[in-house]
Structure formats: C-alpha cells, structure tokens
Design a protein around this ligand. Structure first.
Ligand SMILES: [Zn+2]
Ligand SMILES: [Zn+2]
Length: 212
C-alpha cells in the first residue's frame, strides 16, 4: 500500500515538474531577451560553421556550391516546418505559432540555443563521422537562410509595406500578410517557390473598387 502511495506521489511530482517547466519555457519563448538572444545565436551559427569549414581549406567553388545548396535546402525545411509542424494542431509548437498569428507584432521565438543545439549534431554527423565534403559550408548556408528568414519575418511585422524600397521585397511582405489572413496559404517566408511547388500559393486579393 505504501509502495503504491509512493508511486502516486512520484507521478504527481513528475506531472508538477512537467507543468512548471512547460510554463517556464512558454514564458521564456515570449520574452524579448530570449528573442534577441536567439537572433544572436542564429548569427553565430553562420560564423561557427563558416569557421569550421574554413579550417579544412576548401576551394571557393566548393564553398559557393555547398552554401547555396544549404540555403536552398533551408527554404524547403522552412516551408515544411511552417506548414506541417507549426500549423499542425497536434504539434507542441502549435501554441507558440498560434500566439504569433494572434499577435504578429509581439516577440516570440523558440528557446535561444535551439538552432545551435539542433545543427551541431548534424555537423558532427555530416562533417566528422560521414566526412561529407562541404558539410560545414552547407550548414553555414543553411544557418544564413535561417538568419535571412528571421530578419525578413521580423521586418515584415515591424515595417510598413509602403516603406519597402523594392518591388520584389514588397511581394514578400504581401505574401506573408496573406498568410496571416488565410493561414493555409503562403507558408514560405523567404521565397514563394515551394508554395508554387506544393500549390499553396495565394496571390493578394485585389481590393474591390469603390465604384463597384
Ligand atoms: Zn508572421
Ligand atoms: Zn503561420
């Protein structure tokens, strides 16, 4: 009987610890300090992987090809995570992304060391275990894609579209604004390429003319 009581106590304590750590992670992910610390960590990934690649004395062609492939692969990963993880109601990431849709101007991001902790094991596997040529610059390009995505997305919610100088950039603003209104469309933030491929692209609806 005592053993059963002990087990129940342990289970209750584990639930309590789980709920406290969830709410702590939730509060942290919405704090400004975490938001900017994450940005700093994302930038440092670009330099760390660049440095790790540079130490192996690669050719400029290899640097260029690996970085561009990393950037391209990131654009697909960005699309997939946004569409099938962030917009999936069963996913643990759904509440954080829903909070962004409800209050787009608020700072919210994953916990700050996430990009480093996720990418470092990949680097170890690709570069150190499998010896894939150009692995470090692939991850450098991949991280640069993430920084570009983060910067663009931040500016899309803080700078008005009529203050944007280039037409193609205004296109990115418009596409993301459509996503915030029709959330099963325009999942790509850095490019609409994958939205065309997966047929989720939605052009901005023209306003009906006042005369009509
Ligand atoms: Zn957004
Ligand atoms: Zn979304």
């Amino acid at each position: 009987m005592n053993e059963l009581g002990d087990e129940m106590n342990l289970a209750a304590r584990a639930r309590q610890i789980g709920s406290v750590s969830r709410s702590l992670a939730n509060d942290m992910s919405r704090s400004r300090v975490n938001y900017w610390a994450a940005y700093l960590v994302d930038w440092s990934c670009v330099f760390v992987f660049g440095y790790l690649g540079w130490r192996r004395h690669p050719s400029w062609t290899s640097i260029l090809i690996s970085s561009v492939v990393g950037l391209f692969v990131f654009s697909l990963v960005e699309y997939c995570i946004h569409r099938w993880l962030f917009h999936n109601k069963k996913s643990v990431f759904y509440p954080l992304h829903e909070a962004h849709h409800n209050q787009p101007e608020e700072t919210a991001s994953g916990l700050f060391p996430t990009s480093f902790l996720v990418l470092m094991p990949f680097w170890y596997l690709l570069a150190d275990v499998l010896h894939v040529p150009g692995a470090s610059f692939f991850l450098c390009g991949f991280s640069a894609g993430y920084v570009y995505f983060g910067t663009l997305h931040h500016l899309e919610h803080t700078v008005r579209i009529n203050q944007i100088p280039y037409r193609w950039l205004q296109g990115r603003w418009a596409a993301h604004s459509v996503h915030h209104r029709i959330d099963e469309t325009n999942f790509g933030v850095m490019t609409s390429f994958w939205d065309y491929v997966f047929r989720t692209h939605q052009k901005q609806r023209k306003r009906k003319s006042l005369a009509a």
